[in-house]
Design a binder for this molecule. Structure first.
Ligand SMILES: Nc1ncnc2c1ncn2[C@@H]1O[C@H](COP(=O)(O)OP(=O)(O)OP(=O)(O)O)[C@@H](O)[C@H]1O
Ligand SMILES: [Mg+2]
Length: 305
């Protein structure tokens, strides 16, 4: 999706800046518009994606009757992720990724030995899926870092919105740990203390669906299966992604070729720039700041105020 090109034809979308404070929230450095749905669902749209409102409305990609995402389930993952095509009337179709947040669930981790050695001792034991708002916040922080620019800029998927359908599920069905969930709630409350905007919380019995822009291309493992990248080049590609991330002050505990989207070119090659394979990183549910991260205060560009 080209996020810089605003689609024409949005009808009832006032400028983000004039939304009343009760319709706005700010969490982990990201501003949201609150869009309550008629059925009790809650849609939170980042201000950067506000012009995509028509694409993000749940009826475009969510079947409220049978509680399913109207798209293609993406394989090779331990979570629940879909690719959907959203087509608001009179506008060109755009592809989105809809991913169920696994906040406060157990973390199934498979980490290659080579990477394991570089992690602090308790990194695995304390691994936690990020909450949806915390994940969006960290991705934005990473994307906006003043160090993330130029040839070696780390490309990532773009977070757009979070949707929580009204349905509630018992704890045994959600697989969430209440104590872990509570720590997410505390962090969110702390973030929003007396900020004069609407207060957003999470409900342990409800689902949270994260919506991202689709990144054109195929993942690096698929590129290997299609003979577009050699086996010997896969590990260095992942290493290079981890190194770039680390220089910016972050790590992703389970980075792997499946999380890197590359661009096949005519003639059986992949898109390169300055002699390097161009890739976008797409899985951040286990993103962390590492101990040597440059201070957040000095790494953020200006955001909406
Ligand atoms: N924004 C995106 N653009 C393009 N492809 C994507 C995007 N998001 C996910 N995919 C594809 O879907 C697959 C599964 O997505 P993702 O890695 O987010 O799921 P997951 O459940 O977190 O997987 P894992 O078990 O590795 O944690 C990816 O390997 C990739 O091929
Ligand atoms: Mg994942």
């Amino acid at each position: 999706m080209d996020n810089n090109r605003a689609p024409a034809g949005n009808s009832d979308r006032p400028p983000f800046q004039i939304l009343p404070p009760v319709r706005r929230a700010r969490l982990f450095g990201v501003d949201y518009a609150l869009c309550p749905q008629p059925d009790g669902g809650e849609l939170y749209i980042t201000w950067q994606a506000w012009h995509w409102l028509d694409y993000l409305r749940p009826p475009r990609w969510w079947n409220a009757g049978d509680l399913t995402v109207t798209g293609e389930r993406l394989g090779g993952s331990t979570g629940t992720v879909y690719r959907v095509r959203s087509t608001p009337p009179g506008q060109p179709p755009r592809d989105l990724v809809v991913k169920f947040s696994r906040v406060a669930q157990d973390v199934p981790l498979f980490i290659p030995d080579a990477f394991l050695d570089s992690l602090p001792r308790d990194a695995i034991a304390t691994a936690r899926f990020l909450g949806p708002f915390a994940e969006f916040g960290l991705i934005h922080e990473l994307r906006d870092s003043i160090f993330n620019h130029g040839d070696r800029r780390l490309r990532t998927k773009v977070p757009l919105a979070i949707y929580s359908p009204p349905e509630r599920y018992p704890l045994w069905q959600t697989g969430r740990h209440p104590d872990i969930f509570r720590s997410h709630l505390r962090a969110m409350a702390h973030e929003q203390f007396e900020n004069g905007l609407a207060r957003v919380s999470l409900d342990i019995e409800r689902d949270y669906l994260e919506i991202f822009a689709w990144v054109d291309g195929i993942d690096a493992e698929e590129a290997f299966n299609r003979g577009l990248i050699k086996k010997d080049d896969l590990a260095p590609l992942t290493r290079s992604a981890n190194l770039t991330l680390s220089r910016l002050g972050y790590r992703v505990l389970d980075n792997k070729p499946r999380h890197l989207i590359v661009r096949p070119m005519p003639g059986g090659t992949l898109l390169h720039r300055h002699g390097r394979i161009v890739y976008s990183m797409i899985d951040f549910e286990l993103l962390q700041r590492h101990e040597d991260a440059p201070s957040r205060r000095f790494t953020q560009k200006v955001s909406f105020r």
